[in-house]
Design a protein around this ligand. Structure first.
Ligand SMILES: [Zn+2]
Length: 234
């Protein structure tokens, strides 16, 4: 058998092994991405809870100030009433007191609802913080496992690439270039065996003369149909 063909077949095997190793690395990356996403979404939930809490606290502060102002106003109305002597002025002052009382009652009720909402939001933010800590603890072991697996697979990758580099040294430059170009174009297996009288990949019939040229592993030919490298053992 042509030594080029022997080396090329070996190279294709080496490359298949490297591809498998790369696929495993990609799987591990996918696992890390899933963990990252879970951690990120917990953090986003906390940020949302805190933003809602901040907004409600601002509203609470504003409303508290308003209530204080209205209470001061009410005190003013009440002392004004004491000074009033005429019945008409007294009823006007009482109407004003009544109106302010209603406003104050509504504001104090709103303040109360806001207060309980703030407590709920604080509790939710606190729970979310616990959740984040729990996720980090749970993920720690998982991340360590993945990192260890990754280190091992990276070692395999390094060895696999060294092996294919060594193997490629045994192939004539022209043929190796053709092989590499096919791989660059996404053809993971550039080398195909003849199937019967046709290309093993695209089934294009190979003329007798060229078939004879590659028979018994004498040489490698390019398929005119799909461009892969063809060989024949028989
Ligand atoms: Zn073909």
């Amino acid at each position: 058998m042509n030594p080029d063909l022997v080396a090329l077949l070996a190279l294709q095997q080496d490359d298949a092994a490297v591809s498998k190793i790369n696929a495993r690395l990609k799987e591990l990356d996918g696992e890390v991405a899933l963990l990252d996403r879970a951690a990120a979404s917990a953090k986003e939930a906390l940020a949302r809870a805190r933003a809602a809490l901040d907004a409600e606290e601002v509203r609470h502060r504003d409303l508290t100030n308003k209530v204080q102002d209205h209470k001061a106003l009410q005190d003013h109305h009440v002392s004004a009433l004491d000074a009033v002597r005429k019945p008409r002025e007294a009823s006007a002052a009482m109407a004003q007191i009544e109106m302010t009382r209603k406003v104050l009652a509504q504001e104090e009720s709103d303040l109360h609802s806001l207060g309980s909402r703030i407590m709920d939001l604080r509790q939710a933010a606190g729970l979310q913080e616990l959740e984040i800590a729990e996720i980090a603890t749970k993920q720690k072991e998982e991340r360590e496992r993945i990192a260890a697996a990754r280190a091992e697979v990276e070692g395999e990758l390094k060895a696999g690439i060294a092996k294919r580099t060594e193997t490629s040294k045994g192939i004539s430059k022209g043929l190796l270039t053709k092989y590499e170009r096919l791989r660059e174009r996404g053809q993971s297996d550039p080398l195909y065996a003849l199937r019967g009288q046709a290309c093993g990949r695209c089934n294009t019939a190979i003329p007798l003369q060229r078939r004879n040229g590659i028979a018994g592993g004498k040489a490698v030919e390019i398929c005119e149909g799909c461009g892969v490298l063809l060989y024949a053992m028989g």
